[in-house]
Design a protein around this ligand. Structure first.
Ligand code: NAD
Length: 268
């Protein structure tokens, strides 16, 4: 089937493809030369796995305002209300499978080129794709924790059927092991990420709007260490015009595998 396009649209498309190829080549060269490459990922990398980011239309976050439903004050005030959203979030993350972008990062680690993935995501998809060194900056939705006695459980120990899970030791309503707005970042994840960024010479920043602090500071720490910043996103962010060295525009599920292919070709 042919799809009619205006010549000027076709010209724009060709130019977009050429720029993308050039930027992938530049990024691959940086990765080939790097000795301490790390990655920072955000919700965008999991959009192609069916988990919406904060901007996706028609997704979970259109129904539940994250600043209300993902805020610790709301959970403390009304855990039953927040659990309405959590049941949907858990069902969605359990169903999701890693996409080619997650697999590409796992591949870079296997090739000995990527030291660690620092992820803001809570969906466990990097680990499912085979990444080993994953720092979960905002926790993991597959864990449940008790705010009263600190007991921890796997979500699989409870049915996701609308019954609010309670702690088996103290009967408190459990909270998913994710960092809500208004909560602090787990100390070990914070320290490890700062150390990794502080000793990196290149960072891949994939699918994050880079507005949620302190995760948004990680690329700046890498840059202070003279690390090159390679950004992969559908659109420009606050990093793009300031510290980004190479911007690769497009869906991470397409651009990341292309980048890994290019790195592999350079190494042959
Ligand atoms: P965000 O929603 O603020 O930004 C997502 C970014 O990804 C945007 O810049 C968007 O342009 C880009 N993007 C969307 N689809 C993409 C694709 N296919 N390829 C490349 N880029 C794409 O997300 P954020 O910066 O991660 O910050 C929001 C917070 O939301 C994080 O703390 C994260 O914990 C949480 N969150 C996590 C998940 C998840 O675990 N999958 C989902 C939603 C929100």
């Amino acid at each position: 089937m042919y799809c009619a396009v205006y010549p000027e649209q076709f010209g724009l498309y060709v130019r977009f493809a050429i720029v993308m190829e050039e930027n992938i080549k530049r990024a691959a060269e940086i990765i080939r030369k790097s000795k301490h490459l790390i990655a920072l990922t955000g919700a965008g990398i999991s959009v192609e796995s069916g988990i919406p980011d904060f901007r996706s239309s028609g997704g979970l976050w259109e129904k539940y305002d994250p600043m209300v439903y993902a805020h610790i004050d709301s959970f403390r005030r009304s855990p039953e209300m927040v659990w309405e959203m959590i049941f949907e979030m858990v069902a969605m993350t359990k169903q999701a499978k890693p996409n080619p972008a997650h697999h590409a990062l796992a591949e870079l680690e296997k090739m000995g080129l990527l030291k660690a993935v620092i992820t803001q995501n809570i969906d466990n998809l990097h680990q499912e794709a085979g990444s080993v060194n994953v720092i979960e900056y905002h926790g993991n939705a597959h864990v449940l924790e008790c705010l009263r006695c600190s007991a921890k459980y796997s979500v699989d120990e409870y049915p996701n059927d609308g019954t609010i899970p309670k702690c088996r030791s103290c009967n408190e309503i459990l909270k998913p092991g994710v960092v809500f707005f208004g909560e602090v970042i787990p100390g070990d994840a914070l320290m490890e990420s700062q150390m990794l960024a502080g000793s990196s010479d290149a960072i891949l920043v994939v699918g994050t709007s880079a507005v949620v602090y302190p995760a948004s500071n990680i690329p700046f720490i890498a840059k202070q260490n003279r690390g090159s910043v390679i950004e992969m996103n559908l659109e420009h962010t606050g990093l793009t015009g300031s510290i980004t060295d190479v911007f690769i525009e497009g869906s991470a599920g397409i651009t990341l595998p292309k980048l890994v292919e290019e790195v592999r070709a350079l190494l042959q």
